[in-house]
Design a protein around this ligand. Sequence first.
Ligand SMILES: Cc1ncc(COP(=O)(O)O)c(C=O)c1O
Length: 481
Amino acid sequence: MFMDDMRCTTQETLTLQNVRRFVVGAEEPVQLLNGSRRTYINFDNAASTPVLLPVLQRIGAFMPFYASVGRGSGYKSHLSTEEFEAARVTIGAFVGARPHSHVVIFGKNTTEAINKLAHRFPFEPGDVVLTSLMEHHSNDLPWRKAAEVQFIGIHEDGSLDLEHLKRLLEDNGGRVKLVAVTGASNVTGIVNPLRDISRIVHDAGARLAVDAAQLAPHRAVDVGAADDPERIDFLTYTGHKMYAPFGIGALIALKDSLRNDEPDVVGGGTVDFVTETKTYWSGLPYREEAGTPNVVGAIAWAEAIRCMQDIGMEDIAAHESQLAAYFLRAINGLEPVHTFGLIDPQKASDYLGVMTFGIADTPHKLVSAILGYEGGIGVRSGLFCAHPYLLRLQNIDPSSQDRIASEIKDKGVSALPGLVRASFGIYNTEDEIDRFVDALKLIIEGKTYGSYARDPQSGDYAPIGFVWPKLGADIPPQPGC
Ligand SMILES: Cc1ncc(COP(=O)(O)O)c(C=O)c1O
């Protein structure tokens, strides 16, 4: 299948109109609970996107020349190193990194990149980090380990409370060294006003770190020049949310803003010279990239970036917002569906295509199970690694939170509350949303056909007696494209 795809792909330029043909697996049928098959709908793009065919082709073209990166001799090593470093430049430039002032440090995903920053920011005792209540855990927990953390509050609609940010900066009287916020929420799709935030943060003498895991795949981002008062000092993002799922992420940082001493992870590649008693650390970025790097992942990610640039970030943003508005209009009048984040379709362009909702008393995990087993639709349900945010959005008070925490001891995570999330990508269509909304209507009207059992520990629902087919057992080989 992979080789067929490679042979039949043309050099056609990617556009929003033709991109679906270049998304690997976009038309893949999957088996449903009743034995029939339907084309799978992937509405979990906020977690990970599928891969673009030109990305696979690029890897296919590179692999015969793949060899050791950095320290090998010979043509293949030379080429691999050159490709790897060129990818670094592309991945930095996509978010506006300036080669003279910024460094791109690779890791395996956004989480690792944020942890890297938390370890390598020059904190001193007593320093405070401000993060917010709308963060993914990956932009919250690393800070709790690194410094004293205080949380910027949110408004009732889930947006960031900038007045609270200002108050926290003022009240801490210069102790806040870093403000770490998300570029956009993985729950509500709210896009934060980064320029305003940046001004506020820099006026107070602190640095700004932006978790762009969600933002960068959907909006143009520019970290700005080193002396720009609206700059982003640190930015983290990843390939697997932008059509290059090969285990790579990056921290983009101003060169002079990281610690200049022993790195948090040490080993091969981080040093210039080692004696029995002394270690001489390499310069950036190599000091911070211990071990053999993910050269294939970097090349794949750079290719995905080129594809997205071909399509155009403005077109991508407009398309995904349009899908969000379309979804909202389609569920208009479905009383039991309660959405969070975007509620007015007219304002869709202010949000990512991330729709989070609940259906009255129907358990979120049952909704997602029925969508999967009976509709062939993949979504996400639960708390989306943003527990404090969900607790606020759902008005779950501290005593209920304590009750949930104690219930977890007996009942496992099945005790957790949650919602359902559908998140759109460049290749999703209004027809898919129609099918999705039809499936939601069947759930609301009680017209689904499966008998589901709930796992008492995980809270997951699965149809009794049904097992998904293993890879290769379900789908007969597809003809070439
Ligand atoms: C806003 C946000 N930040 C961070 C992460 C973690 O990203 P990664 O899986 O690349 O570590 C995610 C993942 O969903 C996210 O949505």
